[in-house]
Design a protein around this ligand. Structure first.
Ligand SMILES: Cc1ncc(COP(=O)(O)O)c(C=O)c1O
Length: 465
């Protein structure tokens, strides 16, 4: 397969983009803005619309009157549409956030306990954190993903910085690579992947290419395509890997396939950039879900890891995450950290204190850590139960097709295989909201709502072929 040059907001990336980072970024941004401007001209038949700040057509008094309405985010926009729907049976399976059996957001007990401790500690103040964040949090986060006995940690060759959840960690890592990784400016991302990945990397100045990942026929991993595409990527290219619970497909490589990927990548000097947004959510075990990352660190090679505590600690809105860069030796790690500070300082100066303090409080106390792992396992198990209930409900309705992928896929999402038309039909007729690629969040489902979803899927596949 030709490795697709990924298009961003409808703009195909040009093969002759400027090579200097600052120029390249401006160029990419201008490419990003172009289609929306031309779309307005076409829609309104108004050929006079231009980007000039004084060319307003609806609010002549505003210097921003030329600003066009941007589309909703494809994932967060699902919730916007859901909120507007007055139907009592509406169901939001779009956003990847855990819900209780009653369909309510969940704050973990152990998080409430940690907050209680923090609030009652009068010695705590609200001073700025260092640019790199809370030191305890950083150490504990590296241990959580790399393992307490990780040689890389013991050899002091890991630098970890606290960032704004998973997205912020990816962005800081990408900005660092864009400035300091001169082997390649190409990052290969799986096809498909989380919708924000291409935007985060493109706007950081990297050029985004795709590698084959999902096979719609088998609804499983296209390991052959993946190995071929990574095998022909230029030496030194960056490769984005979902550490576990691949979003949106729910399809992860097996342990043997991970080994094949690791060996191929190391033999071609490809640089792994792990996105770990679901540690503990895939299998219910934090250690098992970290295995792929740990195997790449165990071979002595370098890599980046972006961690998020949004899902596994339910800290979505607290924006807690970490970026770790595993280096060859402590001297390099220290210089890398000094440059990460230069990335962060003009971006947001330093990260927020509260969420990271919650995480550090839990991770450093053995009892609280165990309580967390129990609660995490309960969330993972509830999702697995929902998979079985939905599969059984479709079987009971004799819904045409093989639905076994619902119980085979891993993590928060099921990539149903429903097409855009079927998704639109389910939203219109059954008030069920999901992303247009047919991805549903199993975490948003409960025993009460499974029959409604099964009825909707059955109707969609029998009436909207
Ligand atoms: C694969 C993947 N990476 C990263 C993120 C980032 O999430 P957050 O920034 O909320 O931690 C998400 C969230 O849905 C995700 O699915």
């Amino acid at each position: 397969m030709e490795k697709a040059e990924v298009s961003f907001a409808g703009a195909k990336m040009h093969s002759r983009a400027p090579s200097h980072t600052a120029d390249r970024r401006l160029y990419l941004l201008s490419r990003h803005l172009e289609p929306s401007l031309s779309a307005i001209s076409a829609h309104d038949g108004n050929r006079n619309v231009s980007a000039s700040p004084t060319s307003g057509f609806s609010d002549p008094g505003s210097v921003f009157s030329h600003v066009v309405q941007a589309p909703e985010d494809p994932i967060l926009g699902v919730t916007v549409a859901y909120n507007k729907d007055p139907s009592p049976v509406k169901l939001n399976l779009g956003v990847g956030a855990y819900r209780t059996v009653e369909g309510k957001p969940l704050v973990l007990n152990v998080v409430r306990k940690a907050e209680h401790i923090l609030v009652n500690d009068r010695s705590r103040v609200k001073e700025y954190l260092p640019i790199t964040g809370l030191a305890d949090f950083n150490k504990l986060s590296a241990k959580l993903i790399l393992g307490a006995d990780s040689p890389a940690i013991h050899e002091n060759r890991v630098t970890t910085v606290q960032c704004l959840s998973g997205t912020g960690s990816l962005r800081v890592g990408a900005e660092f690579l864009s400035r300091h990784y001169h082997q390649q400016h190409a990052i290969y991302i799986p096809q498909p992947t989380w919708g924000n990945h291409p935007k985060v990397f493109t706007l950081a100045g990297l050029s985004v290419k795709a590698y084959r990942y999902y096979d719609p026929v088998t609804r499983g991993l296209d390991i052959q395509g993946l190995l071929e595409d990574l095998g022909s990527a230029p030496s030194g290219a960056i490769v984005l890997l979902h550490a576990c619970a691949h979003n949106p497909t729910g399809v992860d490589p097996t342990a043997t396939q991970w080994e094949q990927i690791r060996k191929l990548m190391r033999s071609r000097s490809l640089l792994p950039f792990f996105d770990s947004a679901y540690q503990g959510f895939a299998s219910g075990s934090l250690d098992r879900d970290a295995h792929p990352v740990r195997s790449f660190v165990a071979d002595g090679g370098e890599c980046l890891v972006a961690q998020s505590y949004a899902k596994n600690m339910g800290l979505y809105g607290e924006r807690v995450g970490a970026l770790s860069i595993v280096c060859k030796n402590p001297e390099v790690a220290s210089r890398v950290e000094s440059q990460l500070k230069l990335v962060i300082r003009p971006m947001y100066s330093n990260p927020p204190i509260h969420g990271a303090s919650i995480v550090a409080t839990i991770l450093k106390d053995r009892n609280m850590y165990e309580e967390w792992t129990d609660e995490l396992k309960a969330m993972a198990d509830r999702i697995i139960t929902m998979r079985h209930q939905l599969f059984e409900a479709l079987r009971a309705r004799r819904t045409p097709g093989d639905w076994s992928h619902i119980i085979k896929q891993i993590g928060m999402f099921t990539f149903t295989g429903l097409n855009t038309k079927q998704v639109a039909f389910m939203t219109k007729e059954f008030h069920i909201y999901m992303t247009s690629d047919g991805r549903i969040s199993m975490a948003g489902l409960s025993s009460k709502t499974v029959p409604h979803l099964a009825d909707a899927i059955h109707a969609a596949v029998t009436r909207m072929v």
